[in-house]
Design a protein. Structure first.
Length: 331
């Protein structure tokens, strides 16, 4: 489905006299005067560019080279060290709220790739439908439909609340269903990969609410391109389903390391890493009911430790101490 862009994304256009001609069918349209344009030999616009480069000073050459080979994020950190954390749960339980708390605790950029159930947009006050109520602050991924391109990320990724930059799923402008954002699934996966690559250049840590269904292009791209997948788990039944889904992910080429975030005792371990928390689900739900991120409350200070451990897990193969089957010492 292509999403029609609203007026605040369109350039203003001038009026036309076409209606006056249409109102009188017998009226003859005057022939425009034609002026002959003398032939101009433009030549090759790139000719001579080599000599111009040779004439540049050494300082100018180095400045241009540095610009083209930029390896730092907008926050000054190295692009190669940027970490992407995808939060995923096929049931959707505590997925978006976990992503929100991790992003705030880690001062990370937060991307909403859950286009079918964009709960985070509610937290940030983004309106989902209704072109008559839409404004620029509601612009997000779905707003652009198949006109979406990676360069738009820098404009849509903005600070709205809690001191973090947020990319909304966005207002659908009254359209039904979820926009395809590309002509086919392959193109869509590539597009969302480019969005993630662009986000890496904007922040040293990126948290993605990956959605639930890994067969959807945004979710697949998030899980495939992430450095670590965080999976919140609360029940044995949920854990069993996630175990099956992880096997399916491996079959489609997603081998990203996983860390489970458990909120209850007695759950079998299914991921490579585990973080057992002291967070009580009652406190979790109370903060949600009050529309306050749990990590900003007195009972939610543990989120910083959780985020730090997840970062260590994401640095697999870089000499850190987070090895396979390691459990977080948060409890």
């Amino acid at each position: 489905m292509s999403t029609k862009k609203s007026n605040y994304f369109q350039e203003e256009s001038g009026g036309t006299d076409q209606e006056d001609h249409l109102s009188s069918p017998k009226a003859k349209t005057p022939k425009p005067s034609v002026k002959l344009i003398p032939k101009i030999n433009i030549g090759n616009p790139l000719s001579g560019i080599g000599s111009k480069i040779q004439q540049m000073s050494t300082g100018t050459k180095e400045s241009i080279k540095a610009m083209l080979e930029r390896d730092t994020n907008s926050d000054g950190t190295n692009i190669q060290s940027s970490k992407v954390i995808a939060v995923w749960n096929p049931t959707g339980y505590y997925k978006s709220f976990t992503a929100l708390n991790l992003a705030i605790s880690g001062k990370a950029a937060l991307l909403n790739f859950d286009l079918t159930c964009p709960e985070l947009d509610v937290w940030f006050g983004i309106k989902q439908t209704g072109i008559q109520d839409a404004s620029e602050k509601d612009a997000g991924i779905m707003t652009w439909g198949d006109s979406l391109n990676p360069e738009l990320l820098t404009k849509m990724l903005r600070t709205i609340k809690w001191g973090i930059r947020y990319l909304p799923a966005g207002n659908k402008l009254g359209n039904i269903g979820t926009p395809t954002c590309a002509k086919n699934a392959v193109d869509a996966k590539g597009l969302f990969k480019q969005l993630i690559d662009k986000a890496r250049k904007e922040s040293s840590v990126v948290v993605i609410d990956a959605g639930r269904d890994f067969e959807l292009p945004p979710t697949y791209a998030a899980l495939k391109e992430a450095d670590i997948i965080v999976v919140p788990i609360t029940t044995p039944q949920e854990g069993k389903l996630i175990s099956w889904q992880l096997q399916e992910l491996a079959r489609v080429g997603v081998t990203t390391p996983t860390v489970e975030l458990t909120f209850t005792d007695g759950l079998n371990k299914i991921c490579q890493y585990r973080v057992e928390t002291n967070i009580k689900l009652e406190d979790f739900l109370t903060s949600a009911a009050e529309n306050i991120p749990h990590c900003t409350m007195e009972t939610g200070q543990e989120w910083v430790k959780i985020m730090n451990f997840i970062k260590v897990c994401s640095r697999r193969g870089e000499g850190d101490n987070a090895s396979n089957n390691e459990e977080g010492g948060v409890k």
